[in-house]
Design a protein around this ligand. Structure first.
Ligand code: MTE
Ligand code: MO
Length: 391
């Protein structure tokens, strides 16, 4: 048994000299941390789960960022299939991010006595290592916190969410990789259960952490995973609640688009520009597609959309094949203008939708016309479309 009787300082892999007498109180006193679970095998087991969750979260977040704001060289290479690709990566992003919250709590609890390690730094290298952990912990906690609040659309900070979340993600993953590299020998030593010393309570602790992860995952994943919908108790959205059985992110009232001007025309700008009334649009060949809206805020929901193919609208404007478009909404807000690269324009699933689930679009879903395209973030599924320009 390596488990120590209460009353001793946690030892980990090194023997620490005690702090000076005047500091030996609170967390610095002998035996301040009584649980035998502040030990490396527990830290390694939870660290593996947490590391996996953070890596999945980072990669899917990067995917989301690149899809929403592709750099110039990438824009033309993004695939428009599989049609629900973004739904899957964004669902994984939010599920792994939420699962990481209890894991991060458990991991920090396991290792936090080391915060009071004495001396605070034994060498320049050791000081750097501790600094990298400060970056890792700070960036990860802020990242998880801002991400969770974003699913609630609750922006309590003065900085822009997306850029902050993006750069914090890089800091966190950088800190994580440095941490794994530095701890590699320790991790290797405690990787296998066979070689780990038994510690009282470890199994119960790990079971509790697994249960906590299971509960937060099962009660929130339903915002994106259809067959978990019934358990969706803690997520801010139910994907089947909202006008026409579909959630709304920004309502027509918020966007100031409740009253569509009586002289609304879809304006198509290209070599042969033209304008169409809603009645004229509805007389063009209509197509039905089943596509999800997958919001960057974590929820997704599928619907049956009916409307005109964007490719047909462009052909009518004499646009050459392989044209990209700029779509402008009646909404003057930040998502009122959207650029769509050619591969989405050409995809027969990409519609200027006039109807959803068999009904004329509700104002909140973009009446009179909205874009719906495969494998794109919800934020680019522009509602209240006024103009489509070939670029
Ligand atoms: N013009 C405009 N279109 C928009 C938005 C917006 O704010 N303005 N919000 C987008 C976001 S973030 C999402 S997730 C989807 C949601 O579509 P829905 O409200 O019809 O479900 O619409 C998108 N289209
Ligand atoms: Mo969204």
């Amino acid at each position: 048994m390596e488990s120590k009787p209460p009353g001793t300082r946690p030892r980990y892999d090194l023997q620490l000299p005690p702090p000076p007498p005047f500091l030996r109180r609170g967390p610095f006193c002998d035996g301040a941390f009584r649980s035998p679970l502040h030990e490396p095998r527990t830290a390694v087991v939870i660290g593996r789960w947490l590391g996996a969750a953070l890596i999945v979260c980072f990669l899917t977040g990067l995917t989301s960022h690149l899809l929403q704001n592709p750099p110039h060289w990438l824009a033309g290479l993004l695939p428009s299939r599989p049609a629900n690709g973004y739904r899957v990566t964004q669902g994984l992003h939010v599920v792994s991010g939420i699962a990481a919250i209890p894991l991060a709590g458990a991991k920090l609890w396991t290792v936090y006595p080391r915060l009071f390690e004495w001396p605070p730094a034994r060498s320049v290298l050791h000081a750097l290592e501790r600094l990298s952990i400060a970056v890792l912990v700070g960036a990860t906690l802020l990242e998880l916190f801002t991400g969770l609040l974003n699913t609630l659309q609750w922006y309590v900070w003065p900085f822009p969410f997306r850029q902050t979340h993006f750069w914090l993600g890089w800091l966190a993953i950088g800190g994580l990789l440095v941490h794994i590299a530095v701890k590699a020998p320790l991790i290797a030593r405690h990787w296998r259960r066979r070689r780990a010393a038994p510690v009282t309570g470890r199994r119960a602790f790990l079971t509790s952490v697994t249960a906590a992860v299971g509960v937060v995952t099962l009660t929130t994943a339903g915002q994106a995973v259809p067959w978990l919908r019934g358990l969706d108790l803690l997520a801010p959205r139910r994907p089947d609640l909202g006008p026409q059985g579909l959630p709304v992110n920004r309502t027509a009232a918020q966007a100031g688009t409740t009253d569509v001007p009586a002289d609304w025309r879809l304006q198509v700008e290209g070599p042969e520009p033209y304008r169409l009334t809603l009645a004229e649009l509805s007389r063009l060949p209509q197509h039905d597609v089943v596509l999800p809206i997958a919001c960057v805020e974590g929820w997704s929901a599928s619907a049956r959309w009916t409307g005109v193919r964007v490719a047909d609208l462009l052909a009518r404007a004499g646009a050459p094949a392989g044209s990209a478009v700029r779509v402008t909404s009646l909404d003057a807000g930040p998502y009122g203008v959207m650029v769509m690269p050619a591969q989405y324009v050409d995809d027969p699933l990409t519609l200027l939708a006039l109807r959803v689930n068999g009904e004329v679009l509700a104002p909140d879903h973009g009446f009179p016309a909205r874009i719906i395209a495969p494998d794109r973030p919800g934020v680019l599924q522009t509602k209240w479309v006024a103009r489509i320009e070939v670029i």
